[in-house]
Design a protein around this ligand. Structure first.
Ligand code: RNT
Ligand code: ZN
Length: 421
């Protein structure tokens, strides 16, 4: 290992030249919560006690890497392992299908206590809990959920949404931290339907009913997530971007916000480009950080241009503290703990990198019309000694410097994961 302290001192001097206080940046970065998704650990399978655990709803995990968690205990053990190597404030993002009731419980019957094991674990670790209704991977989700034309089915899913908000309140009460709920419905069609309006009107009605029935719920924020298409539903998505944006803006409720998943837009559209337009009208946004490779969210977050651009935008707008940052990916082709570590470390790195820039100086230059200097500054910082700060930060947090985590995760794979059938 090189001299971390020396490296850090050099970096501090480098950034100080541009008026950047590295210690203050590290503190702010460290305090920014990232909500780590539980579903990377078992390919979105969940812990419901039911026979058919097939993943439906137009999402897919690809790969068959051995060692996935088979129950809540294994999943939390794996999460503990991953969290050791992810510096900074974390929350845990639980999906409703990660229920542990000790008996089969259908989605319209879930109760807060069915998630007690997550609550106990979170309280012990001092992390907050977020939640997600699971409007997919269920026999009643095949012909639509909240937008379903069959009234009985639609009501079933409305009840699920209602119960999820009550679970969210319970999480908030027990952890003392707000619970961010993300509502994503897979509803869509392989062909363009003749009636494209009806399903959207029903989806609106369902959300209205969920929120009306739970007006007393406190401590919960609700993201509404849109999507461009799902596998098998390529031509029409009920909860499109326009629909979800319209719903949120029209709801005019502080707790109802937009969820922007980096993998849910056309290939040339970017979330980084949408943020300031939305923040002109909204006070808060929920982010699903993922790596958009052609479709959706199954690739581990990379420290790549779009990930960096998202956080640069948020930092430069001074909106990072108003944004709920959550990860969303599910790669089954590599060691799943490594997937978490790589993706979450990259998310944290992107936050740190965005803060370690002369953002005020660049704003000044831009305001003064010096577009030449603006470009010069932007480009210069792409080669700044970022990793010296990152390594030091990881060391301080005991999160493993560089690739130190890899050997430990491999050891865990050998000792624990490989023994799982
Ligand atoms: C799917 C959405 C959604 C899911 C999770 C598992 O396209 O991105 O957020 O990934 O609910
Ligand atoms: Zn998502």
């Amino acid at each position: 290992m090189y001299d971390l302290k020396k490296g850090y001192e050099v970096a501090k001097e480098y950034y100080a030249q541009y008026g950047i206080d590295v210690d203050a940046v590290i503190k702010a970065c460290d305090e920014t919560p990232i909500s780590m998704h539980c579903w990377q650990g078992d390919d979105v399978g969940g812990t419901e006690l039911k026979e058919d655990k097939a993943l439906t709803g137009g999402i897919q995990t690809t790969g068959n890497y051995p060692g996935k968690a088979r129950n809540g205990e294994e999943l939390r053990a794996d999460i503990d392992m991953a969290m050791k190597f992810i510096p900074g404030t974390l929350k845990m993002n639980v999906h409703a299908n990660y229920i542990e009731a000790g008996r089969p419980v259908d989605r319209n019957e879930i109760e807060p206590e069915h998630y007690q094991k997550w609550v106990d674990w979170a309280v012990e670790k001092g992390v907050g809990l977020d939640f997600n209704p699971t409007y997919f991977a269920h026999p009643k989700s095949d012909n639509g959920t909240l937008s379903c034309a069959d009234e009985e089915t639609r009501k079933f899913w409305v009840e699920h949404g209602i119960r999820c908000r009550r679970v969210g309140q319970y999480f908030a009460e027990k952890t003392g931290k707000p619970c961010v709920i993300n509502h994503w419905t897979p509803d869509g069609d392989k062909e363009v339907p003749v009636d494209t309006l009806g399903p959207r009107q029903r989806l609106k009605k369902s959300y209205d009913e969920i929120f009306a029935a739970t007006e007393d719920v406190t401590g919960v924020i609700d993201g509404i997530e849109s999507k461009v298409f799902g596998i098998g539903m390529e031509s029409y998505t009920v909860g499109s971007h326009e629909f979800c944006m319209g719903y949120v803006m029209n709801a005019k409720k502080d707790h109802i916000i937009m969820t922007l998943d980096a993998g849910h837009y056309h290939p040339t559209e970017t979330v980084s480009n949408k943020l300031s337009g939305i923040y002109t009208f909204a006070d808060s946004v929920l982010l699903h950080v993922t790596r958009a490779v052609r479709w959706d969210s199954d690739h581990v977050v990379g420290l790549e241009d779009e990930t960096k651009a998202i956080f640069e935008e948020l930092v430069r707008m001074n909106k990072l503290q108003d944004t709920y940052v959550a990860t969303d990916f599910f790669d089954a082709s590599i060691n799943r703990i490594s997937a978490w570590v790589i993706g979450l470390r990259n998310t944290r790195k992107a936050i740190l990198a965005a803060m370690l820039q002369p953002n005020d100086k660049m704003k000044e230059l831009e305001a003064a019309g010096d577009v030449t200097a603006r470009l010069a500054y932007k480009e210069e910082f792409k080669a700044a000694p970022f990793s010296l700060v990152w390594d030091y930060y990881c060391a301080q947090k005991g999160a493993g410097v560089g690739l130190e985590w890899l050997a430990e995760v491999k050891k865990y794979e050998e000792e624990v994961l490989s023994k799982r059938a």
